[in-house]
Design a protein around this ligand. Structure first.
Ligand code: GTP
Length: 205
């Protein structure tokens, strides 16, 4: 059974909980208690593989620029960064979060920066009050080499289900790549060790 850990990040009120609850329950619930960090668990099957999904939905900080990443950035295998298309401040905050994910990974994970991330422009139903154009979101995602999707947690389930499924697939590939790389470097150093031991012995015969 694969364990997959995701973290949702974004401005206060961007709709992180709404997006997540839509994915987990197919329902839109208007208001959520937002004064505590939440960890959600779900078992699901993707491409015939059983998964244990854990999703961390941190309680937002009032100061947007403050780093809310320190814990989830080490813990998570993938990220969903949410902004509200009718709030340009939330978009600027998403930009900062993407940068912080890159920097923190660079610092903590020896250059392994390609952690799977999906940038989500939520509240698409509020397009009459739009402050962030779709191409701005797409462009930011391209710059950060991550997937992008505009959604409305209020109105639709399918886009949200698709983006989580795609992100989870990417995370599974990423974890497999990391495990293969560890195995490869492990067997390389084992080969070196054997070579050192037996190579030397053969010389001394
Ligand atoms: N119109 C509209 N409102 C939404 C949508 N998604 C969420 N909301 C509303 O936006 C508000 C904030 O949603 P939350 O899901 O609590 O946002 P959050 O990012 O989890 O907020 P914090 O927990 O405070 O960080 C709530 O009133 C939701 O009902 C959406 O797609 N469309």
């Amino acid at each position: 059974m694969n364990n997959i850990k995701l973290a949702l990040l974004g401005s206060q009120g961007a709709g992180k909980s709404a997006v997540l609850v839509r994915f987990l329950t197919r329902r839109f619930i208007g208001e959520y208690a937002s004064n505590a960090n939440s960890l959600y668990h779900k078992r699901l099957s993707i491409d015939g593989r059983q998964l244990n999904l854990e999703v961390f939905d941190p309680c937002s900080q009032s100061s947007e620029a403050r780093c809310i990443l320190e814990e989830p950035v080490d813990w998570a295998d993938g990220f969903v960064v949410v902004y509200n298309i009718s709030d340009c401040t939330s978009f600027i905050n998403a930009k900062n979060i993407l940068r912080q994910i890159r920097e923190a990974r660079l610092k903590n994970c020896k250059g392994e920066v390609e952690v799977p991330v999906c940038l989500v422009g939520n509240k698409q139903d509020l397009c009459h009050a739009r402050q962030v154009r779709e191409d701005e979101g797409r462009c930011l995602a391209q710059e950060n080499r991550c997937h992008f999707q505009e959604v409305s947690a209020a109105e639709s389930y399918q886009d949200i289900a698709n983006l989580f499924t795609q992100l989870i697939r990417q995370v599974m590939e990423h974890l497999k790549y990391r495990a293969d790389r560890r195995r490869y470097s492990g067997s390389k150093s084992m080969a070196k060790l054997i070579n050192n031991v037996f190579g030397k012995r053969r010389k001394s015969v």
